[in-house]
Ligand binder design. Structure first.
Ligand SMILES: [Zn+2]
Length: 97
């Protein structure tokens, strides 16, 4: 079955409606919540992810990883990630892991 990252936009929309904000990426046609990175596309949220809101978004694939301990949502089908500040703090500053 065809898979697009549209479902990740639905998750971001729900989180923004619940009060979160993302760092807008400059794209050729305006702004977009997802920044292209080497391995994936990533949405940088300003506040921690509300997982109750994320889980309530309909139409999500079983490949969607809701990693509450790491403040991370990742789709293994379209390699798209939504990260909260706790996730980024660990990846940037904790070099011992
Ligand atoms: Zn996906």
């Amino acid at each position: 079955m065809e898979h697009s990252e549209q479902h990740m936009y639905d998750v971001v929309d729900a989180l923004v409606r619940a009060g979160n904000r993302f760092r807008p990426a400059q794209r050729r046609w305006g702004t977009d919540p997802f920044w292209p990175t080497k391995s994936a596309q990533e949405c940088y949220l300003e506040a921690s992810i509300d997982f109750a809101v994320a889980k309530a978004v309909p139409g999500q694939p079983s490949e969607l990883v809701l990693d509450e301990g790491n403040d991370l949502i990742f789709c293994a089908l379209c390699f798209t990630a939504i990260t909260g500040p706790a996730y980024r703090a660990e990846t940037v500053w904790d070099h011992t892991r």
